[in-house]
Design a protein around this ligand. Sequence first.
Ligand SMILES: [Zn+2]
Length: 98
Amino acid sequence: MEELTIDAAICSDYERLLKESQRGLVAWRERSEEVSRFGLQGKNIGDELQKLQADYAAAYHRLEQHGKTCILCQFTIGLTENEAPSSVFISPRRELPA
Ligand SMILES: [Zn+2]
């Protein structure tokens, strides 16, 4: 009788992409919080936040695409479908001063 060792089968590409998207999310949220805490305003701030958001969205998209095409990931993610990876996507508060 064979047993599959799922823990050992973590895709390194997935891990890397996950870290990238998490880093993007953190950078975006931290900056958003700074902006609302200090009441920062202006076009530059808006542009910067948009860029951070776009970076995160791109990284998340890559992660998602990888999950759809990688056989190893489909196997491992399929098992935890209910908890991940949609919970990674958290919308930050959009409270930019006009
Ligand atoms: Zn993979």
